[in-house]
Design a protein around this ligand. Structure first.
Ligand code: AMP
Length: 512
């Protein structure tokens, strides 16, 4: 077997001088820097700790912690040890975690120290063998235990088709699906992006994204590690602080919300961006106004790309020439990616016509964890993955996303499936039914709004529903506003006409 362990390839990208700075934590309050040797040694100790637990190969290691460099080392350690990394959004609440643990059956669960009381019992009851804590200030039992282990470790050989990570996506029917990504999926995509985006000696990445999602964990981190480029690391995104560090950096990756917030900073100027080489946006549509405002203010054209948990990156606007980057489009397919648009009967559509986007390539995932039927449904007979996104390809090969066939709201770069939120609302006392939609929001792209119909005679209060939801689901899924109405608009087939609700509340957040 040719060893294709992703860690080996990332490690090969580290610079020869391991004592150089790999990560400069910008918001730790005091100087906090990690060398390449720290990443190497820290991930080795954690990998040795995992090895000492005698877990079966490909054990799932579920992680719900705050962002920290040690959490990044843990990801690297899981790769080294040949297990499967399972990052969980740190906004997920107990009931959501319970589902993920039940579904993925992890052998190890690592949580924030503050969640230990709440989540450890649940994890042990569900058969998880080991629960560790990891704080964002280098505290917790995980590091305490790792400190007893050797700081050298030989990565476990893995084939390209072996599982490296599972990323849970929200399910359209309310159930999340675990997208299974292999070492080969992640490495092939990382290599393509390294070349395509012109990663070069001297690059410095500002890393201000969460590391439980494809964008921050894979696209940003792999780029920097594979290229041996230091990162300026923000545990939390703070627009003022990030803008203040732009003069030290060359690459920035963000979701559109981050760009909107940075534009509100007067310190964002051409001078501040003088050293910058590349601004990348993705995970949600970048408004053309933001694209243009950014160019006006900084002189840089944001490069928009498109991808998803199941496929990593699929398309990208060109790197060179910068003038070839087109606002409102996500660019042509990346090298190695086949992308086509077909109608709902599976007929290929000519350039410019709108249909379902389907993709194939070495980056496309292996399937949904323990959901063979769902996986089969989402692939065509000739093995293209149906992304669920609706779009068109123009004559020059540029792809434009126009909507989503799956009923999905993207708020601040996070996906919210209305069906899931509706399911939780409908279980609240006094609620007969509900409809959740996304409407334009100047800061988040889309804001979640719910319309709730009370049971006859029941008194239902929108603010009380919001409060109840906050204890049940991640905050980003909670509607910003809940409207109580006597009935939902429906079409002749009885389907809720969400388009009418979107129109009704379309200007709710305008001008905020
Ligand atoms: P996730 O799996 O959380 O990364 O979400 C993937 C979804 O985000 C895709 O299926 C698209 O609907 C959406 N998405 C990602 N990038 C873009 C983009 N540049 N423009 C529009 N939608 C995007």
């Amino acid at each position: 077997m040719i060893d294709a362990n992703l860690f080996g390839a990332l490690r090969a990208g580290f610079p020869a001088d391991l004592d150089g700075i790999a990560v400069d934590v910008a918001d730790a309050g005091a100087p906090l820097r990690y060398t390449w040797r720290d990443l190497e040694r820290g991930s080795a100790m954690l990998a040795n700790l995992l090895a000492s637990l005698d877990l079966p190969p490909f054990s799932r290691i579920a992680v719900q912690t705050d962002k920290s460099v040690e959490a990044l080392m843990l990801y690297l350690a899981v790769l080294r040890a040949g297990h499967v990394y399972l990052p969980l959004n740190n906004a997920y609440q107990t009931a959501e975690i319970e589902y993920f643990i039940g579904n993925a059956e992890p052998a190890v669960f690592v949580c924030a120290p503050r969640s230990f009381g709440r989540l450890s019992t649940l994890a042990f009851q569900r058969g998880v063998g080991h629960v560790f804590t990891l704080g964002d200030d280098r505290t917790g039992t995980l590091l305490d235990r790792a400190a007893f282990h050797a700081d050298t470790h030989e990565p476990v050989p893995r084939a390209a088709g072996d599982l490296a990570a599972i990323l849970y996506t929200s399910g359209t029917t309310g159930r999340s699906k675990g997208a299974m990504l292999t070492h080969g999926n992640l490495l092939s995509n990382a290599r393509v992006l390294k070349d395509f985006w012109g990663w070069t000696t001297g690059d410095v990445l500002i890393h201000a994204l969460p590391i439980f999602h494809v964008h921050g964990l894979f696209v940003a981190t792999h780029g920097a590690l594979l290229n041996g480029s230091p990162m300026i690391w923000f545990a939390r995104f703070d627009p003022k602080a990030v803008v203040a560090r732009l003069p030290d950096a060359t690459v920035f990756m963000g979701v559109p919300t981050l760009y909107v917030r940075m534009l509100a900073e007067p310190a964002l100027t051409r001078e501040a961006c003088a050293r910058m080489r590349l601004f990348v946006s993705g995970s949600a549509p970048l408004l053309i106004e933001t694209f243009e405002a950014w160019r006006g203010r900084t002189g840089h054209t944001i490069l928009e790309r498109y991808g998803m948990s199941e496929t990593v990156m699929l398309t990208s606007n060109p790197y060179r020439p910068e003038s070839a980057r087109r606002g409102g489009t996500v660019g042509p397919p990346l090298p190695g990616v086949e992308l086509r648009v077909r109608d709902d009967k599976g007929r290929p559509l000519p350039a410019g016509e709108i249909g379902g986007i389907e993709v194939k390539g070495p980056n496309v995932f292996k399937g949904y964890w323990r959901m063979p039927e769902k996986t089969a449904d989402e692939f065509t007979t000739d093995l293209f993955f149906k992304t669920g996104d609706v779009g068109r390809i123009d004559e020059d090969g540029y792809v434009t996303i126009v909507g989503r066939s799956k009923d999905l709201v993207i708020t601040g770069g996070y996906n919210v499936y209305p069906a899931e939120v509706e399911g939780v609302i409908n279980e609240l006392p006094g609620v007969a039914e509900s409809a959740v939609v996304g409407v334009p929001h100047p800061d988040f792209g889309e804001g979640v709004v719910a319309v709730v119909v009370p049971r006859p005679g029941a008194a239902v209060d929108g603010a009380a529903i919001v409060a109840a939801l906050k204890t049940r689901i991640a905050n980003f899924k909670v509607p910003k506003q809940v409207f109580v109405e006597p009935e939902l608009p429906r079409n002749a087939m009885g389907k809720v006409q969400k388009n009418l609700l979107r129109d009704r509340y379309g200007s709710l957040f305008a001008g905020r």
